[in-house]
Design a protein around this ligand. Sequence first.
Ligand code: AP5
Length: 188
Amino acid sequence: MIAPPGAGKGTQADRLAKRFDIDHVSSGELLRAEVEQGSDFGLQARQYLDAGDLVPDDVVLAMIMNRLVAADDAGGFVLDGFPRNLPQAQAAAEAAREDQVRVQAVINLEVSTEEVRRRLLDRAAAGGRSDDQEATIDHRLEVYDAQTQPLIEYYRGRGVLRTVDGEQPVDDVAADVLDSLIDLTSPG
Ligand code: AP5
């Protein structure tokens, strides 16, 4: 899943994983769990998460690669929040080649900046996360535009990109995500 903060990556990845009985691997959730546990990864990651900056690639790669190999051995996975920049995408491609893991599809949820801001500010008003402050939300969106958005062309060039209108009710987005994968999921 590649999409801006608040676009619904977590919501849709969770549904997709349940639908196909595979793992949902969220780099953000893994990082927040490390912070919660006070682990070495968590101590290194915390300041970046709170500021809305990307956690350094070496920390993220060390944390996520073993998790992905285990998830692939268990039947596959939906990946949410990783890769987040070109070096991570290249490292993921290299690791996938070595472990003979195939990326079948990259789903790009398209949602306007106004809508993602609204969703994240609503979540902030309901308690939210430490990075759901208004200034941090705006910074996360800038980081997305500068570092993650270029991956859309990267994956389009590799022929795996599926684009879905994420600015609809959750059930409609989920239906369109499934439709976008029909060639991979229908028998024969
Ligand atoms: P991460 O946890 O990945 O968060 P994010 O990208 O900022 O995105 P969110 O989780 O806020 O939104 P989402 O797109 O998952 O949408 P959601 O379903 O939650 O990353 C957090 C931080 O971790 C980063 O800033 C960075 O510091 C670090 N990090 C993570 N991965 C990294 C990596 N690879 N490298 C380096 N650093 C990394 O929905 C959002 C809200 O909208 C919810 O309230 C939901 O209920 C609502 N909603 C969802 N869909 C709809 C809909 N269709 N209509 C209305 N509301 C909706």
